[in-house]
Design a protein around this ligand. Structure first.
Ligand SMILES: Nc1nc(=O)c2c([nH]1)NC[C@@H]1CN(c3ccc(C(=O)N[C@@H](CCC(=O)O)C(=O)O)cc3)C=[N+]21
Length: 279
C-alpha cells in the first residue's frame, strides 16, 4: 500500500507560496490574512493558532480576531465590512462552525467574495457548481492537491464521498464531478453504505466519525482519502480504521500527516495567489 504523504504535498506548495510572497515583499506589498475566531472552547482555536504559525513561517502576516461566544451578529458583520474595506487584508477566514445561535449564512455572505478565501459565500459556491471556480474551500482543495501531486486521475472513476457538509462533502462532490468522476454522495441516512463504498475506485471519508470506514467497506486496491479529524483519548485519528485498511487499500492518506497537513497550505495559497490556482 502506498502512503499519500500530505506533508510532502504541503512542502511542494509551500515553496511556491514563499516565492510569490518574496516577489510581493520586493514590491512593498504586505498582504494579511484575517482569521476570525468566535468562542473559546472550540478545537477551532487550536487550528486558528496553527494556521497563524504556518502563515508566519512563510512570511505572511496573519492576525486572529477573537470575539466572545455571546457576540452580536451585527458586531460581527461590522467587523467583516471593515475587513472588506482594508486594502492590505487579502483574505478573511471565519473559523467554522460558528456558534449555533448565529445566522451563519447571513454572516458569511457579508464577506467580499474576493476575500472569501475558504469559498464560503454563495457567490463562490455558485461558481464552483457551474464549473468556473473562484475561491475553492481549502479542505476539498487539499484533497485535489493530493490527487494532483500523486497523479491520480479522476476521469471515469467511481468516487464515493461519505459526508455531505457544506464545507467538505458537498464541494468535494462538485470538484470530483468537474474532473469527470462518477460521484456517489453517502451520508448518515444512506442505506447500504458498505455496498456503495465497495463499488468505488476512490473512497473519501468526510463524516467526522472515528473508525467509520473499515476494510470490508472498500475494494482491493482502492484509493482511500481520510478527511476526518477526531480527538479520541487525547490523540487525533481519522474516519478510517487505518490498521485494517492497510491490508486492502492501494493507497491512502494518514491522519495526522494527510489532508489536514495540506489544508493549511491551501489557506495560504488562496490568500497569496488569489483564485488563479484552479482545480
Ligand atoms: N472556515 C474553516 N476552514 C477550515 O479549513 C477549517 C475550519 N473553518 N474550522 C476547523 C477545521 C479544521 N481544520 C484543520 C486544519 C489543519 C489541520 C492540520 O494541520 N492537521 C495536521 C495536524 C493534526 C493534529 O495533530 O492535530 C495533520 O492532519 O497532520 C487539521 C484541521 C481546518 N478547518
Amino acid at each position: 500500500m502506498q502512503i499519500l504523504d500530505g506533508r510532502q504535498v504541503a512542502a511542494f506548495h509551500r515553496e511556491q507560496i514563499v516565492r510569490r510572497l518574496d516577489d510581493l515583499h520586493k514590491r512593498d506589498i504586505q498582504p494579511e490574512l484575517a482569521i476570525i475566531l468566535i468562542g473559546a472552547d472550540r478545537p477551532s482555536g487550536m487550528y486558528a493558532k496553527s494556521m497563524q504559525k504556518v502563515a508566519h513561517s512563510v512570511g505572511l502576516s496573519a492576525e486572529i480576531y477573537y470575539k466572545e461566544t455571546a457576540a452580536q451578529e451585527d458586531e460581527l458583520i461590522d467587523m467583516l465590512e471593515y475587513f472588506n474595506e482594508q486594502k492590505h487584508i487579502w483574505g478573511i477566514l471565519p473559523m467554522m462552525p460558528l456558534p449555533r445561535r448565529l445566522d451563519t449564512h447571513r454572516i458569511v455572505n457579508c464577506m467580499d467574495p474576493e476575500k472569501d478565501i475558504d469559498g464560503l459565500t454563495d457567490s463562490n459556491i455558485a461558481r464552483l457548481v457551474t464549473g468556473r471556480p473562484g475561491f475553492v474551500p481549502c479542505t476539498p482543495k487539499a484533497v485535489m492537491a493530493i490527487f494532483d501531486y500523486y497523479h491520480i486521475s479522476l476521469t471515469g472513476k467511481e468516487v464515493a464521498i461519505i459526508g455531505r457538509s457544506n464545507v467538505v462533502g458537498k464541494p468535494l462532490a462538485q470538484l470530483c464531478l468537474n474532473r469527470n468522476a462518477t460521484v456517489t454522495q453517502c451520508h448518515t441516512r444512506t442505506k447500504n453504505l458498505p455496498l456503495l463504498s465497495r463499488r468505488a475506485d476512490i473512497v473519501i471519508a468526510a463524516a467526522g466519525k472515528a473508525g467509520l470506514v473499515t476494510a470490508h467497506m472498500v475494494k482491493s486496491g482502492a484509493v482511500v482519502i481520510d478527511v476526518g479529524i477526531n480527538r479520541v483519548d487525547g490523540i487525533t485519528i481519522g474516519d478510517v480504521d487505518y490498521e485494517g485498511m492497510t491490508e486492502v487499500a492501494g493507497a491512502m492518506t494518514p491522519v495526522p500527516g494527510g489532508v489536514g497537513a495540506v489544508t493549511t497550505m491551501m489557506v495560504l495559497e488562496n490568500v497569496v495567489c488569489g483564485h488563479t490556482q484552479g482545480t
